[in-house]
Design a protein around this ligand. Structure first.
Ligand code: SF4
Length: 313
């Protein structure tokens, strides 16, 4: 399982011209959020299908659909950062912005306009440590980004050791889409780091469609030990907003040892209007999933609010 994941992560399509060349299409136009597609992900896309569900996630769209409620920063995360690099919205957990880098740019991303300047948990660790130590109610630290697994194994190991040293923190949650789109990121060293930490580790993969579950990903994700594997998806029009697609995703995740956990409503970021699924449709799809799948295969349908809450819908 030794691999040069940093090489794979750099091996990406960037910009409309290289994407149009690769896909032999004219669908790509440079917009506000730069195009970035790792080759491992691009190779899973059917070049002959303009409606390919993976392709749709990475094609930028001009914000031509005027929809109420869409903004540049739908969750206004910056307002919940008492210390730079740390977001504190819920009493028991804090989220660290560990990196501004992602292996892929998802065009529905709610953080695509996030002002990362100053928000670097790695360089602001001492202030962050003080903050967590002074909040005894915090028992979980969530590593987010960008993507926390864009950090090197060495940096991650150091950060995890620092978190371990805070006695009232027991849980470590890592959210990552990079390991899905560049599965070579699951290195032996990463597996060892997560296996040996004293913290209980929850790894939340971000998979939206069954076609993202490549053979390499399924093989590599099976190497983790002492790690609870959960998945969160975003409900995206034209990608996974039908019962068949959602059922197959849940079943394939379970086959890979991952429990479907969250199905997120779209965060209303400008440029992502075309991905919106109405509440009525989402609730109907969720009801249909409950009828056709065992309960443990039905993710919770949720929406993040611009408040200190997550709403079950
Ligand atoms: S990987 Fe996550 S943070 Fe990065 S662009 Fe995609 S949705 Fe946004």
């Amino acid at each position: 399982m030794q691999s040069n994941w940093q090489h794979d992560a750099r091996n990406t399509l960037k910009g409309a011209n290289s994407c149009n060349d690769f896909f032999q299409s004219n669908q790509f136009e440079d917009q506000n959020f730069p195009i970035k597609i790792p080759l491992e992900f691009a190779n899973l896309i059917d070049k002959n299908n303009p409606d390919d569900p993976l392709l749709k996630q990475v094609i930028p769209s001009e914000s031509v659909l005027s929809q109420p409620g869409f903004s540049y920063s739908p969750l206004a995360d910056e307002g919940n950062a008492p210390v730079e690099g740390l977001i504190h919205k819920y009493p028991n957990r804090v989220l660290l912005i560990t990196s501004r880098v992602c292996a892929i740019h998802c065009q529905y991303c709610f953080r695509q306009n996030f002002d990362y300047s100053g928000h670097d948990a790695m360089s602001n660790w001492l202030a962050i440590e003080d903050y967590i130590r002074s909040h005894q109610s915090v028992n979980e630290v969530i590593l987010s980004g960008g993507d926390p697994l864009s950090l090197s194994d060495e940096k991650l190991e150091k950060l995890i050791k620092n978190i371990e040293n805070i006695k009232h923190v027991k849980l470590l949650r890592i959210h990552s889409r990079s390991i899905v789109v560049t599965p070579s990121r699951i290195t032996d060293k990463l597996v060892k780091i997560l296996a040996k930490t004293a913290l209980k580790v929850v790894l939340v993969t971000h998979v939206n469609h069954e076609n993202e579950l490549s053979e390499v990903f399924v093989k590599n994700i099976g190497n983790f030990v002492n790690v609870t594997l959960l998945n969160q998806s975003v409900l995206l029009a034209g990608v996974n907003d039908d019962l068949d697609a959602l059922e197959r995703l849940s079943l394939k995740l379970f086959d890979a040892g991952i429990l479907p956990y969250y199905l997120h409503m779209l965060d209303k970021v400008k440029g992502a209007e075309h991905f919106l699924v109405s509440d009525e449709r989402a609730i109907q799809l969720h009801q249909d999933m409950k009828s056709s799948l065992s309960g443990y295969l039905v993710p919770k349908l949720v929406r993040d609010e611009n408040l200190k809450s997550k709403t079950w819908i």
